[in-house]
Design a protein around this ligand. Structure first.
Ligand SMILES: C[S@@+](CC[C@H](N)C(=O)[O-])C[C@H]1O[C@@H](n2cnc3c(N)ncnc32)[C@H](O)[C@@H]1O
Length: 249
């Protein structure tokens, strides 16, 4: 049976790698690094920095491969994602089969927490359907949501209120906007809201040297966020940002 670790590594700051994750890093002998393309090469470098920091002896093998690309323009979002996952599952199955020998422990370093908007667990299920028997361990990580709350020094929810987490493309379907965390919002859905009661807590590149934070009444700060976001995205070639919206009590 192949041994595989899915290790949550936090949102970018090597100090936000948990001790359980460090122990798991030390057990791994082969790290799979999926490169999503030149724009996000920096994310590969951040993963390598974590390995260099916690495994200075470098007694491991790094297997770096190009991640299949998702068709971002496909009209049917769910079908496009499913097709992309199937391609990734074939790739992961091949990697695990070819690269993990007897006594090896493979590991994927997953951004933030493996359970939050990360498809690796679903893909691993498909890898098993390819006939590969896996002894799997999942190590939780600090999510970008936790980093956002800590940096802004806010609780995510008010007393007794629910907390909703959704992707940007679903924000406009949300009837109530109390304690809504938005992730994966490449189209800046917050900029389409005109409710004067809303407050936003926004963070980009949380935990990295380029971290950006803005908070305040949405209508007062949204132009500033849009300008900062666009300038940073142009300068770095990629951006990861998340935000909390809520109505002033
Ligand atoms: C594919 S999801 C992965 C989420 C990750 N599993 C987590 O626990 O944070 C990627 C989204 O997470 C958010 N994100 C991840 N890392 C971030 C960071 N360092 N700063 C701000 N947002 C981040 C962004 O909304 C981004 O679009």
């Amino acid at each position: 049976m192949k041994q595989l670790l899915l290790i949550g590594i936090g949102p970018g700051d090597p100090r936000q790698v948990t001790y359980e994750a460090v122990e798991a890093l030390r057990r791994a002998t082969v790290f799979f690094v999926l490169d999503k393309g030149t724009d996000t090469g920096e994310l590969v470098q951040l993963r390598k920095a974590i390995l260099e920091r916690y495994l200075p002896q470098a007694r491991y093998r790094l297997v770096q491969v190009a991640d299949p690309r998702r068709d971002g323009e496909a009209p049917d979002y769910v079908a496009a994602v499913q097709q992309w996952h199937a391609q990734r599952a074939s790739l992961y199955a091949r990697l695990i089969d070819d690269e993990l020998g007897e006594g090896d422990v493979g590991a994927f370093l997953l951004w933030g927490d493996p359970g939050l908007y990360d498809s690796t667990l679903r893909i691993i299920e498909q890898v098993r359907e390819h006939g590969i028997a896996l002894a799997l361990e999942v190590i939780p990580g600090i999510s970008s949501i936790q980093a956002l709350a800590a940096r802004h020094q806010i609780p995510l929810n008010r007393i007794g209120e629910p907390l909703t987490v959704l992707p940007g493309r679903r924000l406009n379907e949300q009837a109530t906007l109390d304690n809504v965390v938005v992730m994966l919002d490449g189209r800046c859905a917050f900029a389409t809201l005109d409710d004067p009661g809303l407050v936003i807590y926004w963070g980009a590149y949380l935990g990295t040297a380029d971290e950006l934070l803005v908070s305040g009444p949405l209508l007062e700060v949204r132009e500033r966020i849009l300008a900062l976001r666009e300038a940073a995205r142009r300068r770095k070639g990629w951006i990861m940002d998340t935000y909390l919206l809520r109505r002033e009590a």
